[in-house]
Design a protein around this ligand. Sequence first.
Ligand SMILES: [Ca+2]
Ligand SMILES: [Ca+2]
Length: 122
Amino acid sequence: MIISDLVIDSVSISVAAVLAGGSLSVTDTTLNIGNAPSVTSTTRYWLSTNVGVTTGLVPLNGSRSVPALAAGTRSNGAAVSVVIPASVARGNYFLGACADDGNGVVESKETNNCRATPITVQ
Ligand SMILES: [Ca+2]
Ligand SMILES: [Ca+2]
């Protein structure tokens, strides 16, 4: 099957602990591991209670545009500033980057689009 498959190759954050209501920078690399080019897409950032970025999701006010990617190529994003909502309870979370927000790209696998890194909300 000739089809694209977007994944997050890496995600990093500027600080490992942040106050609720505070901001930090997120940097990701979005990669097309499929065997067909992808159209343009959006990578979005989330706070989650699990590393798979499927539970306790809090959308963060940050995202970035990812250009069309040829098969096997990546987009290294610039740092994006995101704010942790002041309503978030203190605790340990994961900050996830998820490729193809809004599902505009047909992919061979739609369930491998997120990667997360631990973060503490103080
Ligand atoms: Ca995918
Ligand atoms: Ca998709």
